[in-house]
Design a protein around this ligand. Structure first.
Ligand code: IPE
Ligand code: IPE
Ligand code: MG
Length: 246
């Protein structure tokens, strides 16, 4: 039976975004890279607002990768400063908007008071029931898979499980993303077509949407464009297209 138009137009439940192109946005304007990162924070606010309006349930944003430490010290300190400013300035608004903040990524050894600030954001919003905002900070998917494997290996060593028990579900349940559904759509701005170590396991059946705009220019219109591209896709999960006669 062909799907109803409602099913075809279903809003993605979980959207994940690789927010790329802050540096190029700044360079095009003869500005310092930091100016691009600052403008990028405004685009984050816009993405959160739009997600709430559109009815997206989970929004994951890639804000700092485990590989981004290889950038110059001054840029790292700009990025850390902006994260702190974002939490200090926006946390109360997010809470008022009923947003629940979740952080994924390695927390140990974060500089200064970043660790406690991230924790404060999670604790304050823990009982909220609106948008689930997942901030991937100091995140690398390979690291997450490696820690899941270590944890399962320990369970085997302690005799809690047998190696033959390990299946995809068990691996997924040991990832930091275990409590979230897999992303329906992964958006990357700025034209690059790669995952850069983002959600490698979870992206198995995600729809990839690559937008040309640089992250600081991302807005409601770009979000709507991505969603209409998503709607034009036919998600098959290895099966046949919906409505295909047998
Ligand atoms: C995204 O923009 C922000 C982070 C990766 C933290 P970039 O800083 O990567 O900008 P480009 O890719 O150099 O233009
Ligand atoms: C990916 O962007 C990481 C974030 C958006 C936080 P990068 O700019 O670091 O990725 P590469 O280096 O171009 O692959
Ligand atoms: Mg980049």
């Amino acid at each position: 039976m062909p799907p109803s138009s409602f099913e075809v137009q279903k809003t993605p439940q979980h959207v994940a975004i690789i927010m790329d192109g802050n540096g190029r946005w700044a360079a095009q304007r003869g500005l310092m890279r930091a100016a691009g990162h600052r403008k990028g924070v405004e685009a984050v606010r816009e993405a959160i607002r739009s997600s709430i309006e559109i009815g997206i349930e989970y929004l994951t944003i890639f804000s700092f990768s485990s590989e981004n430490w290889s950038r110059p010290k001054s840029e790292i300190s700009d990025l850390m400063g902006l994260l702190k400013l974002f939490i200090r300035k926006d946390l109360a608004d997010l809470h008022r908007e009923n947003v629940r903040v979740n952080i994924i990524g390695e927390r140990s050894d974060l500089p200064g008071d970043i660790g406690p600030l991230l924790e404060e954001a999670e604790i304050l919003t823990a009982n909220n029931s609106g948008l689930e905002l997942i901030i991937a900070f100091n995140y690398g998917a390979r690291n997450d898979i490696a820690q899941a494997v270590r944890s399962l290996a320990n369970d085997v060593k302690c005799g809690k499980i047998d190696p033959s028990d390990i299946d995809c579900e068990m691996i997924g349940a040991n990832l930091e993303t275990a409590k979230f559904p897999d992303p329906d759509m992964i958006i990357r701005t700025s034209g690059e077509m790669r995952l850069s170590n983002f959600l490698l396991w979870e992206a198995a059946y995600s729809e990839f949407v690559f937008l040309d705009c640089h992250w600081p220019d991302f807005n409601r219109e770009e979000f709507s464009k991505a969603i209409s591209i998503y709607h034009s896709r036919d998600r098959r999960y290895g099966g046949l297209a919906q409505g295909t006669a047998s």
